[in-house]
Design a protein around this ligand. Structure first.
Ligand SMILES: Nc1nc2c(c(=O)[nH]1)N[C@H]1C(S)=C(S)[C@@H](COP(=O)(O)OP(=O)(O)OC[C@H]3O[C@@H](n4cnc5c(=O)[nH]c(N)nc54)[C@H](O)[C@@H]3O)O[C@H]1N2
Ligand SMILES: Nc1nc2c(c(=O)[nH]1)N[C@H]1C(S)=C(S)[C@@H](COP(=O)(O)OP(=O)(O)OC[C@H]3O[C@@H](n4cnc5c(=O)[nH]c(N)nc54)[C@H](O)[C@@H]3O)O[C@H]1N2
Ligand code: SF4
Ligand SMILES: [Mo]
Length: 735
């Protein structure tokens, strides 16, 4: 008789952190399903979470760490031996070239393992290298830049579940679970909101799954979100729909903002963004005046990638602030923290602070450290550029630069030129195929888990993070496969630190990624010398100041929404702090956008289409694309195009095309999709093989990063290159 047991678990593939039920049969994970007894998720999961058994038991999964041999092949190495060799090599590099020669990159799979990100970051502090990078600066770094320029509202966000209107700009939360609509079953959250009477406004060049359910869907040209938001702010101020009392008490710079947007008249915006003027006016009116006037505005990757991401995020905050859309004194605190510390929410501003231009200077493009972290799009240059400070070793945790970084050819050259590349990855990813060592880690259900990481998402911007005092902790659910040698990632860094005689100390959760602002002081962990630490010990320390003690959360294996009844306090009587809606850098950029010759910018007939990003329901970036359970026989990412355009070009859906930008060109499979504007094409990123393997695009898809240069159109503060609204041509593939 097979022995089977089902227990609660937490899927951490994405930031929703769904509470699930995991079945282990004879030592193998055999089923993951929704947990009807979880009070937050009520049985909800998505296809990715349900594929966790296939993900764990994937035949391509690494069960042993790998070392590259002289002939380029890989052979097993024990994790102990790998740590010995890597520690010795790092020590040598640091002795010869200084600590800056060692860099670390933390990718999206840092999220499932909070101890890993923490220890990786502590390791970098231990060797005194400033070169700690995360995926954040090729994602939406404008969120932290904008918050630094605008300040934070200490009363926190309005609850989506109580709002009457909401505006989403270039985000598709029904798929991404990431922005705007709470990711804990977003479809259900949206249905409940619409049933209650909420009017959702979506700005997206594509009729996304979310846009299809909106009361108002503006379907503009891509890259015009700043134009549209400036236009909406201008309409609201012109109609006197802003919240004068809130602004007088809490915001500075209103008159400057009003002057800056005055040129964005409805006629101008309608013409430039190619949206009906009446619809633009309606969007402004619904957002500002409908119902009880509750609701916020959030932007996602689509809008952030099209240039002016910092300003875009700043205007989202300005629109929210001038309409007074923050939680007020006496109202319930929307995200009160559970495993994070308790804090006092107050109806007042935390003033703006320095967000960029400080700390470590990169040797390229005048970039520096920022509140959003170090500019990852410049890391390949830092590896390739010879001279003092050159990066010679890279440790890559749960990320896939070869799939996800801009300019794949440059990334390839950079990674190949390193003296030492170490990846921590569950498979021989595209990046791992270039590594000297690939460390095989335990995954998801083989490690204890908690929901603190999902709570932390609230610091990325408004609109995300768990909207209740919810928490869950689960111990390890399944043992690692027999005969495997897998290591928890944080123990790898501890192992290196011990060998290198480093003292480790912790100051924050995610280093640069989440910005510098937290309501409560960062947690400082204690390392007790040689004493054996477990993940549970580390979690206990991370939770030492939790609002709800970890021991209490642990008593509720299916997760619990705790009875935390906290309201926003009155502002301090002596508080004179203000939010800033008139930041001079941001308003100068508004003027620069207004001065752009948008007609000339689009008149290059060699590149008649705009390529935009979109997420795939079944994959988390590059993870899972090769798994049959997720790709269902379609392991590639097509280039989606409106059927009328397909016909006009004389092409066929399913045929092969070449997509060309001013930087490079890639082959792809064409797929008709009538949700798009006729002048736009869309692709999922993080697919494709090595640059030399283009011919196999039907097997592994197409790398979008190949079309993206890092040094042509890029953000001067964060280095974020134009990863959306890319001018392209699409032609029949001839060779
Ligand atoms: N053109 C273009 N470029 C983009 C984007 C875009 O939309 N368009 N999006 C950007 C964004 S938002 C982001 S966040 C980045 C993503 O950039 P990355 O985070 O660098 O890329 P991922 O594909 O998420 O990398 C995930 C890696 O983790 C591995 N992995 C899977 N499970 C585990 C695990 O349990 N443990 C460990 N250690 N590893 C695991 C996978 O095999 C894979 O190699 O890409 C950015 N780049
Ligand atoms: N299933 C799944 N979930 C994921 C991920 C995944 O790969 N798969 N990735 C995770 C990661 S790393 C991140 S950062 C988040 C991202 O989360 P989101 O930002 O919500 O990403 P998308 O779902 O791609 O939604 C972006 C939307 O922007 C639209 N868009 C494109 N260009 C423009 C433009 O110029 N202007 C406007 N207004 N809209 C535009 C696209 O059509 C698309 O509908 O998702 C996370 N969740
Ligand atoms: S929504 Fe995210 S956390 Fe939930 S099951 Fe899907 S991938 Fe996992
Ligand atoms: Mo991301």
């Amino acid at each position: 008789m097979p022995h089977s047991a089902t227990r609660p678990g937490i899927c951490r593939i994405c930031s929703a952190h769904c509470g699930v039920l995991a079945t282990v049969t004879d030592g193998r994970l055999t089923k993951v399903a929704g947990d009807p007894d979880n009070p937050m998720f009520k049985g909800y999961t998505c296809i990715k979470g349900r594929a966790l058994p296939e993900i764990h038991n994937n035949p391509a999964r690494l069960l042993h760490s790998q070392k590259r041999q002289a002939d380029g092949s890989y052979a097993r190495i024990t994790s102990e031996r790998a740590m010995d060799e890597i520690a010795a090599r790092l020590q040598q590099l640091i002795a010869e070239h200084g600590p800056r020669s060692v860099a670390m990159y933390l990718g999206t799979n840092g999220l499932p393992y909070p101890a890993s990100a923490l220890m990786g970051n502590a390791f970098m502090r231990g060797i005194e290298s400033p070169m700690f990078f995360t995926a954040n600066t090729i994602d939406q770094p404008g969120k932290q830049i904008a918050l630094a320029a605008h300040g934070h509202w200490l009363g926190g966000d309005i609850d989506f579940n109580e709002a009457d209107s909401w505006m989403l700009v270039g985000t598709n939360p029904l798929v991404s679970k990431a922005i705007g609509i709470p990711g804990q079953n977003p479809s259900q959250n949206l249905r409940a909101a619409i049933d209650r009477g909420m009017k959702l406004i979506v700005i997206d060049p594509r009729r996304s799954q979310t846009a299809a359910r909106a009361a108002i869907h503006l379907q503009p040209r891509p890259g015009e979100d700043v134009t549209i938001l400036a236009g909406i702010i201008n309409i609201i101020i012109g109609e006197q729909w802003h919240d004068r009392a809130f602004i007088d008490e809490n915001a500075a710079g209103f008159d400057d903002l009003a002057r800056a947007v005055v040129g964005f008249t409805p006629d101008y915006v309608a013409r430039r963004a190619d949206v009906p003027k009446a619809q633009l006016l309606e969007a402004a009116s619904v957002f500002a005046t409908y119902g009880t006037k509750r609701g916020m505005v959030n932007a996602g990757t689509g809008a952030n990638f099209a240039m002016h991401g910092n300003l875009l995020e700043y205007l989202c905050l300005c629109l929210t602030t001038i309409c007074g859309r923050w939680q007020r004194a006496g109202e319930r605190v929307t995200r009160p923290n559970t495993l994070l510390p308790a804090f006092t929410a107050k109806a007042q501003a935390h003033p703006p602070y320095e967000g960029w231009g400080y700390g470590e200077r990169l040797r390229v493009r005048g970039l520096t450290d920022t509140v959003s972290g170090m500019p990852t799009a410049a890391l390949a240059d830092e590896i390739l550029l010879e001279g003092d400070g050159q990066v010679r070793a890279l440790i890559c945790i749960g990320g896939n630069p070869m799939a996800a970084w801009p300019d794949q050819r440059k990334t390839h050259r950079a990674l190949e030129s390193l003296d030492l590349l170490v990846t921590l990855d569950t498979e021989m990813s595209l990046t791992s195929q270039l590594a000297d060592y690939v460390i095989a880690p335990m995954m998801q259900m083989e490690t204890p888990a908690m929901t603190m990481g999902s709570e932390l998402i609230k610091y990325y911007t408004s609109g995300t993070g768990i909207p209740a005092a919810y928490g869950q902790y689960v111990p390890r659910i399944v043992d690692p496969p027999e005969d495997s040698d897998l290591i928890e990632e944080w123990l790898f860094f501890l192992g290196l630190a011990r060998r290198m005689d480093l003292e480790l100390w912790f100051v924050n959760f995610f280093g640069g990624g989440g910005g510098r602002f937290m309501e409560s002081p960062p947690i400082v962990l204690q390392m007790n010398g040689e004493t054996a630490l477990t993940t549970e010990d580390l979690f206990a320390q991370m939770c030492a100041t939790s609002r709800i003690p970890l021991d209490e959360v642990r008593k509720h294996p299916h997760g619990k929404i705790f009875d935390v009844d906290v309201v926003v306090a009155e502002r301090d009587p002596d508080c004179s702090d203000k939010l800033d809606v008139g930041n001079i850098h941001m308003l100068a950029e508004v003027a620069a956008v207004r001065a752009e010759d948008f007609v000339a910018e689009r008149s290059d007939s060699a590149f008649p289409f705009r390529l935009i990003p979109r997420r795939h329901q079944n994959f988390m970036n590059s993870s899972g694309t090769a798994l049959a359970a997720l790709n269902r026989g379609k392991p590639y990412n097509p280039v989606y195009m409106h059927p009328d355009t397909v016909n006009a070009l004389g092409l066929e859906s399913g045929g092969s095309v070449r997509v060309t930008s001013n930087h490079d060109s890639v082959p792809a499979v064409l797929e008709a999709d009538d949700t798009l504007r006729r002048d736009v094409v869309a692709m999922h990123h993080a697919f494709g093989g090595m640059p030399a393997e283009d011919g196999n695009f039907r097997e592994h898809g197409t790398n979008v990063g190949r079309l993206v240069p890092t040094d042509v159109d890029y953000d001067a503060i964060t280095g974020l290159p134009r990863q959306g609204n890319i001018a392209v041509a699409v032609n029949r593939l001839t060779e």
